[in-house]
Design a protein around this ligand. Sequence first.
Ligand code: SAH
Ligand code: SF4
Ligand code: F3S
Length: 466
Amino acid sequence: MPTPVTISENELREQFTYIDAIAGSIRDKRPRAYTHTFGCQQNEADTERIRGMLHQMGYEMTDNTEDADLVLFNTCAVREHAEDRAFGNVGALRQLKKRRPEVIIALCGCMVQQDKNVEKIKKSYPYVSLLFGTHALWRFPSLLYRVLSGEKRVFDIGGTDDIAEGLPVLRGQGAKAWLSIMYGCNNFCTYCIVPYVRGRERSRRPEEIEAELRELVAAGYKEITLLGQNVNSYGKDLALDLDFSDLLRRLNAVPGDFWLRFMTSHPKDASPRLFDAMAECDKVAKQLHLPFQSGSDTILHRMNRGYTAGEYRALIADARAKMPAITLSSDIIVGFPGETEADFEQTLALVEQTEFDLLFTFLYSPRSGTPAASYEDDATPAEKQARFERLLRAQDAIVERKQAAYQGKRLRLLVDGMAKGPDYPFTARTEGNLLVCVRGEGLQIGDFIEAEIEKTTLRCLFARKL
Ligand code: SAH
Ligand code: SF4
Ligand code: F3S
């Protein structure tokens, strides 16, 4: 496989000249930008880079579309619901644009990497003046420059599978940061749109990742999540003798007090080698998100997942043997075309036997252009809904038991935000990424604390700082 193409310094330098040109022309206006992200962490990380570029151009960020000069939505295409929400939100901007025609409305991300959506926006949303796909993100400065120079509509969904290093990033404040280690996906699960809108897998060079981690630690971030659609295949495209477990070991050696998390792992590439590295590395949180999608081998095969339910169980057993306290989460699709009641029972059995700490459960959503969209699907929506609800009920019962077992336990927590209630005013996370509401003297976001669990509910643990 060829080594990934990194955007050349010259091409990037050109973008920085646009950033400077925009900064020069808008300096006195102090314009404001509003951004909203749909979709996964990868998209959130992309938005942080767009905000970084905007910040460097001189834009201030705002939480309100009403006082924004630029409104940008970073969109997701993974399920129909995600697309509907994005279109709904863009539709709602029609009035804003009428009242304030000078507002620039921009769309980017996975949904607009698809021709059918671009056509729809061209025709039905004439007030969208800037649109760019996932491969054109680094060209944002030159595209925005064209809009600011008076071009009516600038659309760019071109580009190749490349990596742009050195773009500015404006991260949220707080304890947590995203760190992309690779982009794209090669797996082509038959239901999934991601490989079509994000291109092929490409890994960032380890020295770039390590340098960014060091910056994040120096800036005070305490929980850094390594991102990729399938982090277990990290490095396969680099001509280096290095895989994801080697990368974990290298990053674990960076000095500082922080937790490293990663997502997403694919069962076909997760290995005993990975669990050995996790167990050995003290900064790698003992938490694993390992989507299995279905407990039926027939369905797994038709999803093109590349493993069986038995192989998945063996992985979980190995991870638990090496890290007894590990917390586990997973993604499941209910109602994949052809899923029978018996197939679903196997999913339910896997859930009941494994006892995950957290599940993300989705009803199958056909994505045009993917193979599964043309598979025969004979289960009715009502049948699928009934399966979905059974699964949720089963999982809730498991979580309730698991949560209750934390009563009275002492744990290390990372304080990461403000809670809603007055009694436990802060939120925190366990090493296993469970949500905790905490109380106590001198709590501050970004602190690691020792705490004792005082009570538990289905969705939250409640703790007192010791
Ligand atoms: N790369 C990750 C997940 C990316 S999408 C992985 O392979 O695990 C996140 C989740 O969305 C998937 O795990 C899957 O459960 C769900 N998903 C993807 N496409 C879907 C579709 N067409 N319908 C319903 N759920 C889907
Ligand atoms: Fe989609 Fe499968 Fe790739 Fe995950 S591994 S992004 S589910 S194609
Ligand atoms: Fe959605 Fe794109 Fe992520 S389709 S889930 S935002 S990779």
